[in-house]
Design a protein around this ligand. Structure first.
Ligand code: B12
Length: 218
């Protein structure tokens, strides 16, 4: 019996982007599920979903698509992450407990959503809070969950004060043992900003994010 050749990631990206821009959720789910059968899940997240979201942002910045179309595309990507999550191999063992969150005023949450999913697939017990959460509530969840690490996501430079405040609040209540990882577009390559804010590690993309959390393990 003949099996169709596995879909190439570049081709899958093109099909996925077209599906996002047309608002075709069914096609977006189909292409990512097909890609997930023959490629590592990190590649599907990074080279298809993330790459397409970045391109959607470029189209929006060039005024080629409306805000409505960008929102439609992002809503589809959020849905797609939900469908891919169902296929993530979640190990039985628990490596450690983590909370992943955005800060007050920050609206971007797809990147931290991906980080949270893939940390779970690595064996972390994760509480993902989305974004725009009051900081005292984040501290409370981290305490209740017994978090060893908190990952904080920031895209906009205007969120950096919030990151600074949240790190202070976390350290004040949960002590210096708590490990803090920051990431997102607000922390560009080569910037030592993360260290200045008192974080223990940073990551600019999914692979670096996973590596940053690995360094916290004994
Ligand atoms: C979707 C989107 C939105 C949505 C977000 C909805 C949602 N539920 O997330 C909405 C409509 C709310 C939005 C609003 C705005 N947005 Co916007 N948005 C985007 C867009 C198109 C995609 C974002 C995305 O999903 N990216 C894909 C993810 C996977 O990438 P990522 O977030 O960078 O995450 C990765 C890494 O950064 C890292 N990471 C992320 N978090 C963490 C956390 C940890 C702990 C670690 C280790 C790593 C890590 O790992 C992730 C995976 O690799 C981007 C374009 C882009 N280039 O990203 C613009 C973009 C980010 N937005 C932009 C702008 C300007 C805005 C607005 C100001 C627009 C406006 N005038 O209102 C507002 C600001 C709102 C606010 N206060 O936060 C600009 C930012 C420019 C800049 N200054 O940097 C961009 C780059 C668009 C552009 N090309 O100009 N936006």
């Amino acid at each position: 019996m003949l099996h169709p050749a596995p879909i190439d990631l570049e081709r899958a990206f093109q099909l996925y982007l077209a599906a996002l821009l047309e608002g075709d959720r069914r096609a977006a789910v189909r292409v990512t599920e097909e890609a997930a059968r023959s490629h590592p899940i990190t590649s599907v997240y990074r080279q298809i979903v993330e790459a397409a979201q970045v391109e959607v942002g470029e189209c929006w910045a060039r005024n080629e698509i409306s805000v409505a179309r960008e929102h439609m595309a992002t809503a589809i990507s959020q849905y797609v992450l939900g469908t891919l999550y169902a296929h993530l191999p979640i190990p039985e063992r628990t490596l450690g407990r983590a909370v992943i969150t955005g800060v007050e005023g920050e609206k971007h949450q797809l990147g931290s959503h991906m980080v949270a999913d893939l940390l779970e697939a690595e064996g972390w017990s994760v509480r993902f809070l989305g974004t725009q959460v009051p900081h005292r509530d984040i501290v409370e969840v981290a305490r209740e969950h017994g978090a060893k690490a908190v990952g904080i996501s920031a895209t906009m430079l205007t969120s950096l004060d919030g990151v600074d405040g949240l790190i202070r609040d976390l350290r004040e209540t949960l002590g210096p043992e708590l490990r803090i990882v920051v990431g997102g577009r607000a922390f560009p390559a080569g910037s030592g900003l993360w260290r200045e804010l008192g974080a223990d590690a940073t990551g600019r993309n999914l692979d670096e994010a996973l590596e940053a959390f690995r360094t916290l393990l004994p």
